[in-house]
Design a protein around this ligand. Structure first.
Ligand code: HH2
Length: 300
């Protein structure tokens, strides 16, 4: 892979020791835990649990006490088959929660693919934009030029197709090359627009237009590519864990598999951030491995 820009060369010298996101500078001396806060009635594993603003803020406070590093707030389910929600509805769900979260003293990530929603989120002080469409929309890219986005983190995720139909028949010639190629290309666009690689998270998008075979190929390749940013993975409670374990019960019963997947990604593959539903259990598992002297590779 060629070295395209000065920013990439600079990031390689810096070795990405910090993830910069908004008001925060997070050291990469241990894997970071991103806690999921779904303000939705229909998310695949926790829909409805935090749908009222007060329930969402209580859950955020609890995750803080459990040692979460970043909170990822979303108001639209992107599970396979999910119906899109309108921008107005997404904002109605989000605004009181984002307002309430400002006082928490934690980096706040906004999981949205809509520029108008993200714009409002930036005005309310979000520190990280998590775009499951990978900043393909030029309006989404343009937001990064706003003064309020000057320091925010960005998560570029890969998805094939749209949530409603993405699992119908996902196909790739070479899944690893195609997915990492897309992430690299999008990161280069953002680098060229002045976003530092220390602010970029790259996410293969497990389960987003991918079969079990595709997901496993990507998981195994996480430490391979010279990526232009940190790597984030979202494996928590996902269908692939049910498929691999043969446990076809409710997603919330996939804790054991989710912990194993998080430990593997963080300690074998060196990913920077794991996005999880079960914060307390994940923090505890990471802390134990650290205490036992297991060290993550200097990683992606
Ligand atoms: N997965 C989901 C949603 N957002 N963002 C990133 N960057 N990576 C992911 O893997 C990812 C994501 C789906 O999980 P969840 O939010 O729990 O479910 P739902 O979309 O049904 O709300």
């Amino acid at each position: 892979m060629s070295l395209p820009t000065a920013s990439v060369e600079k990031s390689q010298v810096l070795d990405l020791a910090f993830f910069l996101c908004g008001r925060y500078r997070l050291a990469r001396n241990r894997p970071l835990v991103m806690g999921i806060l779904n303000v939705t009635p229909d998310s695949f594993s926790d829909g409805g649990q935090h749908f009222s603003p007060s329930a969402a803020l209580d859950a955020a406070q609890l995750m803080k006490e459990q040692g979460v590093d970043i909170l990822d707030v979303g108001a639209e389910s992107t599970r396979p088959g999910a119906d899109p929600v309108s921008e107005d509805e997404e904002l109605r769900r989000l605004i009181p929660v984002l307002e309430g979260l400002q006082a928490l003293g934690l980096p706040i990530s906004l999981d949205s693919r809509r520029p108008r929603v993200v714009r409002q989120g930036l005005d309310l002080g979000v520190d990280l934009i998590n775009d499951v469409t990978g900043f393909r929309d030029p309006d989404m890219q343009a937001l990064l030029q706003l003064p309020q986005a000057k320091h925010c983190g960005v998560c570029i995720m890969h998805m094939q197709g749209e949530p409603q139909t993405m699992q119908a028949d996902p196909r790739y010639e070479h899944v690893v090359e195609e997915v990492f190629g897309f992430l690299t290309q999008q990161a280069k666009h953002l680098l060229a627009q002045g976003v530092d690689s220390e602010r970029i998270l790259l996410d293969p998008g497990f389960g987003f237009g991918k079969t079990l075979h595709h997901n496993l190929a990507l998981l195994n390749a996480l430490d391979k590519p010279a990526m232009h940013g940190h790597v984030l993975v979202g494996l928590s409670r996902k269908r692939m864990i049910g498929e691999l374990t043969g446990h076809h019960g409710p997603p919330a019963e996939r804790l054991g598999g989710s912990l194993a997947a998080a430990l593997y990604a963080a300690f074998y593959k060196g990913v920077a951030v794991v996005r999880v539903h079960d914060v307390q259990a994940t923090v505890q598992a990471f802390t134990l491995w650290n205490a036992l002297g297991v060290r993550a590779p200097a990683g992606s």
